[in-house]
Design a binder for this molecule. Structure first.
Ligand code: KG4
Ligand code: ZN
Length: 340
């Protein structure tokens, strides 16, 4: 396989997914994700176990990504990797691997900010896929982050608002934990909520200035609500699981949508792209589509495989940096807290 466009191998290891992807320009040839099941037993990601699992997974995952893309490592033009933000021990595995491979192949190394990767995943080529044009609004909602940004260019992004405590994904995961559901709870709440009434129970909305968010109050009110009701009826959770999930999910989505509407009215920008694990949520996707029809917003929702952590999004960001010859030097290290 030959092409004038560069072949880029990208590595993502910021949290609990080990992923490798091969891209040819903006086209994804392979995107392999090894999710770590071990954390389910602990109700959350255990950093020590995550880095160990990345060590075990990284070589097979990279081999599989190259094999599925039908690309030999000698054909690669650059190696992209997630520098941060994320868990330091997890990031180090990806950074070290990327550096060693780039050094041995004598090709450039490209560092990527994980959150910019989530946003730039909208530029991956797909048939019939319209890409956002600059400037647009992005909302990144994951297990570690919740932000609304104005995206002026590929690497020029302004944070307009962000969470002051828990991330949106944590609101899902912590609710799930209170309900006795395994980690990660977001997909399960999504599933049970489909059968439930979103207005069965009501939870208070946080009062937060501007475009910032807060989710820790919601977690506490869900905890007190469950404790009180279980005291009166020990089977309360089992008997009302779908309604509880639907009501909490409705509150989370409403919190997000109120801020998004505010961001649209403040900036006058009506193109909205979402990213991060929570953008896989089916009710949020439907709500956004509804607003798109009603308010003439242009909404960009990633394919499921590019919602949660994946290396393809790191690859597309690396491609745009490669075009600018924005390469990392060999002294680069992982950065757990990494602002852009
Ligand atoms: O982006 P991601 O894979 O990892 C981080 O960078 O954090 O996001 C993981 C988060 C978890 O909190 C998970 O519960 C949530 O995304 N999530 C969902 C859904 N799928 C994943 N939350 C709600 N509904 C879903 N369908
Ligand atoms: Zn992420």
């Amino acid at each position: 396989m030959t092409s004038k466009k560069p072949y880029i191998l990208a590595i993502e290891s910021s949290c609990d997914d080990t992923s490798a992807a091969v891209l040819c320009g903006e086209k994804v040839l392979s995107n392999i994700i090894a999710s770590q099941k071990i954390h389910q037993e602990y109700g959350g990601v255990v950093p020590e176990l995550a880095s160990r699992a990345h060590q075990q997974n990284i070589i097979p995952v990279v081999h599989q990504a190259l094999a599925r893309a039908h690309v030999a490592k000698e054909q690669l033009s650059a190696i992209g990797f997630t520098r941060g933000p994320g868990l330091q021990g997890s990031l180090l595995v990806g950074v070290s691997f990327a550096k060693s491979l780039a050094l041995s192949l004598d090709i450039p190394l490209v560092e990527v900010n994980h959150l910019q990767g989530h946003i730039l995943s909208h530029f991956i080529d797909k048939e019939g896929n319209k890409k956002p044009s600059f400037p647009f609004l992005a909302m990144t909602i994951s297990g570690g982050h919740t932000q609304i940004l104005k995206v002026n260019d590929y690497f020029s992004m302004e944070i307009l608002g962000e969470t002051q405590d828990d991330a949106t994904g944590e609101a899902f995961d912590k609710t799930a934990k209170i309900l006795g559901l395994p980690y990660p709870g977001g997909p399960l709440i999504d599933k049970y909520a489909k059968e439930g009434n979103p207005h069965a129970f009501s939870f208070p909305f946080p009062k937060v200035e501007g475009l910032n968010f807060s989710f820790s109050g919601l977690k506490t009110s869900v905890l007190y609500f469950i404790q009180k009701n279980v005291k009166e009826n020990p089977n309360f959770i089992q008997e009302n699981l779908s309604d509880i999930c639907a009501s909490v999910q409705y509150t989370i989505i409403e919190i997000l949508m109120r801020k998004l509407k505010k961001a649209v009215s403040q900036t006058g920008i009506q193109q909205i792209a979402i990213g991060g694990g929570v953008s896989a949520n089916s009710a949020l996707r439907a709500t956004l589509q509804h607003y798109a029809k009603k308010d003439l917003w242009e909404v960009f929702i990633p394919e499921f495989q590019y919602c949660t952590d994946n290396a393809a999004m790191i690859g597309i960001a690396a491609y745009y940096k490669y075009l600018r010859k924005d390469f990392a030097d060999m002294h680069v290290t992982a950065q757990a807290r990494y602002n852009f």
